[in-house]
Design a protein around this ligand. Structure first.
Ligand SMILES: C[S@@+](CC[C@H](N)C(=O)[O-])C[C@H]1O[C@@H](n2cnc3c(N)ncnc32)[C@H](O)[C@@H]1O
Length: 232
């Protein structure tokens, strides 16, 4: 069975799930750095696949972990990879909008949804369609992640969301006050194979004010639009 090293953790996977991409370790490592200033509380990973990003986050921070993926095979890999590394995790096999109790709250949230535009998923024949199909413009599942974050992040809780490129970040930022008014977009890192967006949750009032400001600030700051199409 194939294995990939992600931030020092050997992660097992096979062709039924998305192959773990080593560059994405940065997503967990960045959130672990941000966790120093986050409130106490558990971590949530949405769209966890073979589980490596959430496992690396908990390996680095010691935070209790809940991992959600709609694919039961992904859940099996996440459990097996966690057991191998002695990391405790609560893996839930369900769509992200149905996996959490109404009262569950998290201090940290990692989300790595499918983000390939539907018209381009044929460009990636080795990847499971459900792992990459992000709807017409690639942001459908990212938007669902933001809704889950809006409902389940503690005040001052932190989200690092992966999408395909700068354009996708800009589109969801422009709709943030409607999608997730508690969230404020703080920063973004654009890499060759994807983009990472850092959000912070506030109370309903401060979140809405912050989000409106962030659209302009981030829009101005993120002018180096990634060229070409995103690739998972
Ligand atoms: C881009 S892959 C990321 C997997 C893993 N984080 C990685 O880096 O390989 C997206 C994952 O989202 C899952 N997924 C798709 N729709 C979902 C939904 N509605 N709720 C939860 N998970 C979903 C897929 O099964 C897939 O494992």
């Amino acid at each position: 069975m194939p294995e990939t090293d992600i931030g020092g953790l050997a992660i097992a996977w096979d062709r039924r799930v998305l192959e773990p991409r080593p560059w994405t370790a940065e997503q967990a490592q960045w959130l672990a750095e941000l966790a120093v200033d986050a409130p106490p509380g558990p971590a949530l990973e949405l769209c966890s696949g073979a589980g490596h990003l959430g496992l690396l986050l908990t390996h680095l921070t010691g935070r209790p972990l809940v991992q959600v993926d709609v694919d039961p095979v992904a859940g099996e890999f996440a459990r097996a990879n966690a057991a191998r590394h002695g990391i405790a995790t609560d893996v839930r096999t369900a769509s992200m909008d149905e996996a959490l109790g109404e009262d569950e709250r998290f201090a940290l949230l990692l989300a790595d949804p499918p983000w390939v535009e539907r018209a381009r998923i044929g460009d990636f024949p080795d990847d499971p369609v459900r792992a990459i199909d992000g709807g017409d413009d690639g942001t459908a599942l990212a938007r669902l992640c933001l809704r889950v974050a809006e409902a389940h992040l503690l005040d001052d809780g932190v989200l690092v969301l992966q999408v395909g490129d700068q354009g996708q970040v800009d589109r969801i930022a422009a709709d943030l006050d409607a999608l997730a008014p508690r969230l404020r977009l703080v920063d973004c890192r654009v890499r060759e194979r994807g983009a990472l967006a850092h959000f912070v949750a506030g109370s309903p009032l401060t979140g809405a004010v912050g989000a409106l400001g962030a659209v302009g600030a981030v829009g101005r700051g993120l002018v180096d639009a990634q060229k070409g199409h995103p690739q998972p």
